[in-house]
Ligand binder design. Sequence first.
Ligand SMILES: [Zn+2]
Length: 544
Amino acid sequence: MLTRIGGGRVIDPANGRDSVGDVWMQDGKIVSAPQERRADATYNAAGKIVMAGAIDIHSHIAGANVNTARLLLPEYHSAAAMRPAETPLSQVGWTTHEIGCLYATMGFTTVVEPAMSPHYALHAHLELADIPIIDKATLAVLGNDDYLLGLLHAKESDAAIQDYVAWTLDMSRALGIKVVNAGGAAAFKENVRAFSFDDVVPSYGVSSRVIVKSLQRAVHALAIPHPLHVHCNNLGLAGNFETALTTIAAAEALPLHLAHLQFYSYGKEGERGFSSAAPALAEAVNAAKSVTIDVGQVMFGQTVTISSDVLRQFNARNQAKPRKWVILDGDANGFGIVPYNYRRNDFYNVVQWAAGLELFLLTRDSSRVFFTTDHPNGASFTTYPEIFALLMSHDLRAQWMAEMPPAALKVTTLPLIAREYSLTEIATMTRAAPAKLLGLMDRGHLGAGAIADVAIYEDDADRAKMFRSAALVFKDGELVVRDGLVTNLRSGRTLTVRPERDRAIDRRMRAYYEDRYGLSDEFLKVPEHALGRPEPFAVVPCRL
Ligand SMILES: [Zn+2]
C-alpha cells in the first residue's frame, strides 16, 4: 500500500530538509515521491510538523533493577489497581504496557535500556518483549565482573578482551557495552566506599582508568557502532566535575559516550559548597570531538533512582524518600534502588535542574548532546515534553526560575543563557544524532529506504502540549497513534549487534562457568523461542 503524508512541515535534519511537502511510505519503508501512481491512502498533515520517530538512547525500562523498583514501591504501581490519579508517580508509566504506549504517544519509536546485567539478560528481554509498539535495545554492563577484571589482572591481550566483549554481546543480545563506576562496585565488595578514576580495585590491582580504556578500545576494535557508554565514578558528589573532566581527557580521540553528565556537573563554590560546574564540562565536551554525552535532566517530583552503581546508591540510601531502599551487593555490579523526591524549593535539586539545562544549552553541537532524564533517575520520561519546551523558550525558563530559590540559581549560569533550541535542533538531538550514535542507519530520518517511523505533531505554540501528544505516529508504516491515543498494540523488535570473535572464547567461557559457578554457560543465553513470537531480534551490522 502506498501512503502519502501530505502537506506538513517536514523537519528532517539528516537530509537537510525543513520545508512543507509530502512524505511517502510503502511496505513499512519511506519511499521517494512516485512519478505517476496515486496514493492508496493519504493523511493530511497541513499545519503540522512531520519528523522521524524519536529515539531514546538511555532509559531504564526493563530488567532486574526496574522490576525490583516495582516490588519496592507497589503503592505507586498502577498494577496495584485503584491508584488515584493524584498520587506521586501516577504519571510514570510503570508497566511494560504503559511504557510502550506512553513513548509511542510522544512520537518515540525506539528506546534503549542501558543497564542490563548479562547474567539477567533473559529477564530483561522477556520484559522488553512485553513492551508494545516500539523497538528496543539494551546495553550489557561489564567492568565490575570477575572475568574481565581477571583478564586485566593477568595482563591478557586486547584480542582476549575483544573476544570476551563480543561473546557477551552475542550471549546477552545487546546493542552495546556500558560500564558503571568501573571497578567501584568490585571494590565495594571489599568495603571500599569511595572510588575515583585512578583508584585500584584491591583484589585485582586494576584501576578504573584501565578498565574504561580497555573496554573503549575493545568496542572500537570490534567496530560496534555505539561507543563505550560510561557511567563515571563519583556520581552525585560536590566537586565531581573534575572526575568527568578526567574521564573526558582519557577519551584520547577515540569515541566515548558519557551518560547522564548532569549528575557529574557539580562544583564546590558558594556558601553551601555545592554549585553547577556545567559550563566547564560543556566547554570540555565542545573541545573533545570524539566525546558524546547525554544529560540526565532532573525535573521536580517523586521518582525512584535505579542504578547499577551499588557503591554510590549505598552511600545515598539515607536520602531515600519514602524511607525504604534495596541495595544488592550481588553478581558483578549489583544494584541499588533508592526512591527520591526532587523539590522545586530545594537548593540542591534546583542546582541539579539548572545544571542539566546548562549542559543542553552550552554544548554547541546538538548532534553530540543527547536528550535523557536517565529515566527514572532524574525524572520520568513522561516529562520530556516539558523539557523540550524549556529548551525552546528563554521566557519559559525565566518563568520557572522566578519561582525558585535565588541562592541556588546564583551558583549556576542558567539565568544568563539566552539560547533557544530550534525544532531542527530538537529533531537532530532526538532523531538524526541518536540513530547515528547507535549505528541504526535505517531510522532517525525520512529519506528513501528508512523504516517508516514517523511522528506528526500539531504545530502548537505550547511546545510541551505539542510533544506530549502526537497527532499521528507510524511505526514501520503502521498507524499506531491518532490524536494522542494508541490505536494499535503491535510488537516491535529488539536490536542487537553480533561482532566477529575467535570461537576459542566459547570453550574458555564454558570452562569458566563450570569451574566458577558449577553451571553451564547455557544459563545466560537468550533463546529466541523464549520470547514467544517470530523474529523478536534484528541484527544491526558492525562497521567492519
Ligand atoms: Zn542510567
